[in-house]
Design a binder for this molecule. Structure first.
Ligand code: DQA
Length: 148
């Protein structure tokens, strides 16, 4: 059974009330609930972690290597644009991962245009709101199925 980690970084616990014109009206539990439904319909296990702390996100990536996780979907929030340490964690574990951003970061401030993660990612989805996570899950499961 494929195992997928969905990792959300700082301030994504505020979804629903945080700048809804940018990030939409769904809460993080709404988004995770929908992903769990989709995963279980595809016979996959979904594990969700959200943290505002860089070291906890790094620990979750490191743990994924040990616990049989097959792929990671990550929205690292602002750490996307700042965290060499998180990039190193993804490089170290070498698990396929999909980078998601709810907003179109390229239509926003210049500092959001650079991601430390994108060059390592299996795919990047930006600007499609909560549906971006669903597309990432679909892509991850399709790729895993083709490799089994
Ligand atoms: C975000 C975009 C980041 O620039 C921002 O810091 C976030 C959310 C997004 O989902 O659009 O926290 O990752």
């Amino acid at each position: 059974m494929p195992r997928i980690l969905v990792l959300n970084g700082p301030n994504l616990n505020l979804l629903g009330t945080r700048e809804p014109h940018l990030y939409g009206s769904q809460t993080l539990p709404d988004i995770i609930g929908r992903l769990e439904q989709l995963a279980s319909a595809r016979g996959a296990t979904l594990v969700a972690v959200q943290s505002n702390a860089e070291h906890e996100l790094i620990a979750a990536v490191q743990k994924a290597k040990q616990d049989g996780t097959d792929a990671i979907i990550v929205n690292a929030g602002a750490f996307t644009h700042s965290s060499i340490a998180l990039m190193d964690a993804f490089q170290a574990v070498a698990l396929p991962f999909y980078e998601v951003h709810l907003s179109n970061v390229y239509a926003r401030e210049a500092f959001r245009h650079h991601s430390y993660l994108s060059a390592l990612a299996a795919g990047v989805i930006v600007g499609l709101g909560a549906q971006g996570y669903e597309f990432a899950l679909e892509a991850a499961l399709t790729r895993l199925a083709s490799r089994r």
